[in-house]
Design a protein around this ligand. Sequence first.
Ligand code: ADP
Length: 247
Amino acid sequence: MSNTDFTLAVEDLTVSFDGFKAIDALNLYIDRNELRVIIGPNGAGKTTLLDLICGKTRATGGSIKFKNEELTRMAEHQRVRLGIGRKFQTPSIYENLSVFQNLEVSYPEGRSVFGALAFRCTEAVRERVQAVAADIGLGERLDTEAGLLSHGQKQWLEIGMLLMQEPELLMLDEPIAGMSARERELTAELLQRICRNRSVIVIEHDMEFVARIAHKVTVMHQGKILAEGPMDKVQADPKVIDVYLGH
Ligand code: ADP
């Protein structure tokens, strides 16, 4: 496979903070419809890597190509428009709006629907809201105030808000933190549904969950990739056991 066939091709990526290389000449290739999980000890550079891909942090060197477009110098909002979605650990939903309204305002043009075209646009938005709500398991909760949802439902709503923008790459930071066993299972199913139409990168510590969802696992350590491959291979790698799994 040539590097131009990947949804995301990160090459020689480096970022330094006061001379400290948090990401050090890293290469990462993500396929279409791939669900990749990134694991590694605290401080390995996992969050920084996602920050670089979404544009929250600027690289010191190297390149990030998304669908063959060079992102490295592109602003964060331009990357969103190109199809990159990022969910952080803390949900940033509007607690006093309904599930429907939270999804509605996340439609790319949903914020400025006024005037003569409003009805037509609203119908399109409504259809998308209903489809996304069904996808995230909140199809029956459209009128519920978001603040009244369970912790897991709030996380799914935020994923739904990102899905409203139809990202082709979705990045999630520890999506099951604080969830019950049932919510974890539903999240695994949700992620598997989501990656049928897009690529997904997840940072995760829960190895049972990683084994459940990952197509491929990337292990990071000290800003570099220590190992990469299917979960069973990575889990048996002595280097990975030494720096991460053995603790
Ligand atoms: P992980 O997500 O794997 O726990 P991080 O990406 O958060 O690791 O951090 C990697 C390293 O980079 C850590 O040593 C962290 O202190 C450092 N780091 C991250 N962001 C900054 C920053 N803005 N300024 C200085 N150091 C940073």
